[in-house]
Design a protein around this ligand. Structure first.
Ligand SMILES: [Cu+2]
Length: 217
């Protein structure tokens, strides 16, 4: 009975944690409705996009191994440092970031490149490099569903349009800036995105509506 309860608690806790992440991440997905309605709860999105693990920790303290595993899974979904960068994959599409007028102050010299590689067997690999960002700043790139010229990339690309606004149903790439304001990162997804992903958008994690730069794919 005790064992059953413990399992039940862990299950509920894990689900609650996932729901929390999904709900908060949807704050950025909410930008599907247009550029002005995005200003939602970005401060809390910061925590969850960059460090999803504390949710799992607080809601399932009785199972450290499950927490560690969940942490690793979430980390792998927003960055995959061991993956071959898309820039080294033959046939990858390469595109240059353009500045968006929604960018925060101090981001006038951002330059960067995105590479997208995909095929039926290896799925999708997204690699981003950029400079001119805030030193030590936290950024995130997503695949978006519209070209940069349309609503600054519009809403997020989703494999399942009715599915959750989090990986692996979307493609997110965590991009922590180094002391010089440079970022580089690679993330993979098991499925090819096809032509539905039209652009890559870089956001500050703590102000997702202040889109910094966009690259058409
Ligand atoms: Cu985005």
């Amino acid at each position: 009975m005790v064992r059953g309860l413990a399992h039940a608690r862990l299950g509920v806790g894990a689900i609650a944690g996932l729901l929390t992440v999904a709900t908060l991440a949807a704050g950025c997905g909410g930008d599907t409705t247009g550029g002005t309605s995005i200003a939602a709860p970005h401060a809390s999105v910061t925590e969850h996009v960059s460090t999803p693990a504390p949710d799992a920790t607080s809601s399932s303290p009785s199972s450290p191994s499950a927490t560690t595993s969940a942490e690793a899974d979430m980390g792998a979904m927003t960055a995959n440092p061991s993956a071959t960068p898309a820039s080294q994959v033959p046939g990858a599409r390469e595109s240059t970031f353009i500045l968006l007028n929604t960018r925060p102050p101090g981001h006038n010299d951002v330059r960067g490149t995105a590479w997208l590689a995909q095929n039926a067997t290896s799925g999708t690999t997204l690699t981003v490099t950029a400079t001119g960002l805030a030193p030590g700043g936290k950024y995130v790139a997503h695949l978006h569903a519209k070209p940069c010229a349309v609503d600054n990339g519009g809403g997020h690309f989703k494999f399942d349009p009715n599915g959750p606004a989090v990986p692996p149903n979307e493609v997110h790439l965590a991009l922590p800036a180094d002391a010089a304001g440079a970022v580089q990162g690679t993330v993979t997804n098991a499925r090819p995105v096809g032509d539905a992903a039209q652009s890559v958008v870089i956001h500050p994690v703590d102000a997702l509506d202040k889109r910094v730069a966009c690259a058409d794919l």
